[in-house]
Structure formats: structure tokens, C-alpha cells
Design a protein around this ligand. Structure first.
Ligand code: HEC
Ligand code: HEC
Length: 160
């Protein structure tokens, strides 16, 4: 039995010390993206702003946004047919289906939804206008995990 002690310990040391370090490294290098998102969503919908997680709003808003990408808040964000189809299907399948989040809002904006305004009532007008924030649409300015779809209140940091 003694003979196998070394390889066993080496394997144990690998699992305890090296493996977690490797996993951390892989995790740190993987680009942040929302779990289950098609690659086209991460590529096409995060080049100008953080890719907004589908559960942040309902099907009505997503339909409106996806139908108007050629005139998207002053820019042309139109897609090839396959990306248009894949992204729409995924957003609709993962949209909020009940409660306040499912409701439609002005300009199809998440940031103009009733739930959004309520949740951000403690953020003052001056904070929204800071150069480091720019606009309420800029979720990632304050929500460190926004690109992963993490809006937990424990990971909010308002920039100076
Ligand atoms: C070429 C740049 C560009 C691309 C690409 C783009 N957007 Fe936008 N998007 C904008 C701009 C500009 C705004 C308005 C931001 C503001 O008001 O500060 C916006 C706003 C939005 C909003 C509303 C945010 C709010 O205020 O609640 C949503 C939702 C949105 N985009 C979804 C998408 C989706 C989905 C895609 C991919 C299909 C996409 N965007 C691709 C430029 C882009
Ligand atoms: C200026 C900073 C700032 C910006 C920009 C911002 N938020 Fe927030 N957000 C906050 C603060 C502060 C809270 C309240 C945290 C608390 O309740 O302690 C909050 C709360 C939330 C909550 C509720 C979290 C919970 O656990 O109750 C959600 C969801 C959320 N924000 C989503 C968004 C989305 C989506 C965007 C972009 C469209 C956004 N936020 C932009 C600062 C910001």
C-alpha cells in the first residue's frame, strides 16, 4: 500500500492546489456573458452597451426592440436573418412572463419600466448625470455583474 501513497498524494495536491487555480484562471478569462445566451446575442448586443439580460423585461418590449433594430435609439443595429431569428427566439423564451417586469414601457426601455424606477428611487438625478454613469441604460456603471445578468443588490457600486 505504501507504494501508491505518493501518486495519491500528488493527485490530491493537484486537486486541492492546482485545479482551483486553473479553474479561476479559465473563469477570469472567459468573456462575461449571460448563461445560455446564443453567441450571436453576446457578440451583436454587447458592442454598444452591456447585453441586457432577457429576464429584465417582458415579451412586448423585446418584440418592439427586435422589430425596430434598423432605427434603434438613433443608431442602426440591424442583423442578418439568422442572428435576428436566433436572438429574438432566445429573448422571447427567457423574457419575464409575470409581475411588473413583464409590463411594456415607453420606448420599450427597461430603464423606463415602473419596476426600474421604483428600484432606483434612491439614486438621485445628479448621480444619473455623472460622467461615470451617463445614462440609466448604462447598467454596468453600477452593477458590476451586469454583463452576466447579475443585478444582486450586494454587487452595486455607484461610481464617483
Ligand atoms: C450600434 C450600437 C448598438 C447595438 C449594436 C445595439 N444597441 Fe441597444 N442601444 C443602443 C443605444 C445608443 C441605446 C440607447 C442608450 C441610452 O439611451 O443611453 C440602446 C438601448 C437599448 C435598450 C434600452 C435600454 C434602456 O434604457 O432600458 C435595449 C433593451 C437594447 N438597446 C437592446 C439591444 C439588443 C437586444 C441589441 C442586439 C440585437 C442591441 N441593443 C444592439 C445602441 C446599440
Ligand atoms: C447609477 C447607478 C445604477 C445604474 C446605472 C443602474 N442601477 Fe440598478 N440599482 C442601483 C442601485 C443603487 C440599486 C438599489 C440597490 C439596493 O436596493 O440596495 C439598484 C437596484 C437594481 C435592481 C434590484 C436589485 C435587487 O436585488 O432588488 C435591479 C434588477 C437593477 N438595479 C437593474 C438595473 C438595470 C437593468 C440597469 C440598466 C438598465 C440598472 N440597474 C442601472 C444602481 C444603478
Amino acid at each position: 500500500m505504501k507504494k501508491s501513497a505518493f501518486p495519491q498524494r500528488a493527485a490530491l495536491a493537484f486537486m486541492v492546489c492546482v485545479l482551483p487555480a486553473l479553474l479561476l484562471l479559465v473563469h477570469a478569462q472567459a468573456p462575461a456573458s449571460i448563461k445560455g445566451a446564443p453567441a450571436s446575442f453576446t457578440a451583436e448586443c454587447s458592442s454598444c452597451h452591456v447585453a441586457y439580460a432577457p429576464f429584465l423585461t417582458g415579451q412586448a418590449n423585446w418584440r418592439g426592440i427586435m422589430a425596430g433594430l434598423d432605427k434603434h435609439y438613433g443608431v442602426d443595429a440591424s442583423l442578418d436573418d439568422k442572428s435576428q431569428h436566433d436572438i429574438s427566439a432566445w429573448l422571447l423564451a427567457n423574457a419575464a412572463t409575470s409581475g411588473r417586469r413583464a409590463a411594456a414601457s415607453p420606448e420599450f426601455r427597461i430603464s423606463r419600466s415602473e419596476w426600474f424606477i421604483r428600484k432606483h428611487s434612491e439614486v438621485s438625478a445628479a448621480v444619473w448625470k455623472r460622467a461615470s454613469v451617463k445614462s440609466a441604460s448604462n447598467c454596468a456603471a453600477c452593477h458590476i455583474g451586469a454583463a452576466r445578468g447579475d443585478f444582486d443588490e450586494d454587487s452595486v457600486r455607484i461610481p464617483k
